[in-house]
Design a protein around this ligand. Structure first.
Ligand SMILES: [Zn+2]
Length: 148
């Protein structure tokens, strides 16, 4: 647990702060603190969702705002790969899901889609190789019957 900055208790983060967070209106230090508090508190995440549902007019879709925020908190490509494979610590996995589905970070969504496309390709290759082996195997007895 890092103690350099006292975190505001989740209960002390009010709706105005959450709105500011969604609209990227907060100073970056506070943005980071709210993000950390969100990571640690399921009830605060639920409140953020409420605030978000209440207000569709915030500037979440300003690309510049999202970009600034994502650089603060985006998972690395490698972490996204582990997320895809379900190989993450459950808390971290939940946070990434939050980042992708609630924050809807377009940068990470694109990254994830790209990784998904890549991970489909090798398994398709594997599948066709597997089929080749099966065909080979099923024709083995024919070769044997030829009495070689
Ligand atoms: Zn992101």
């Amino acid at each position: 647990m890092n103690r350099e900055e006292p975190l505001p208790a989740p209960a002390l983060i009010d709706e105005e702060t959450l709105r500011g967070y969604l609209a990227d209106r907060l100073p970056s230090e506070l943005m980071a603190r709210v993000e950390k508090a969100l990571r640690e508190s399921a009830s605060l995440r639920a409140r953020l969702e409420d605030v978000r549902n209440d207000r569709e007019d915030f500037q979440l879709h300003s690309l510049g705002a999202i970009w600034r925020r994502s650089r603060l908190t985006c998972p690395t490509r490698q972490q996204l790969g582990s997320y895809l494979l379900d190989a993450l610590d459950p808390d971290l996995g939940e946070y990434f899901r939050f980042h992708l589905e609630i924050v809807e970070c377009p940068f990470c969504q694109a990254n994830l889609a790209d990784l998904e496309a890549q991970s489909v390709a090798p398994s398709a290759v594997h599948e066709s190789r597997h089929r080749q082996q099966r065909i080979l195997k099923s024709s083995e007895h024919l070769l044997n019957e030829d009495g070689n």
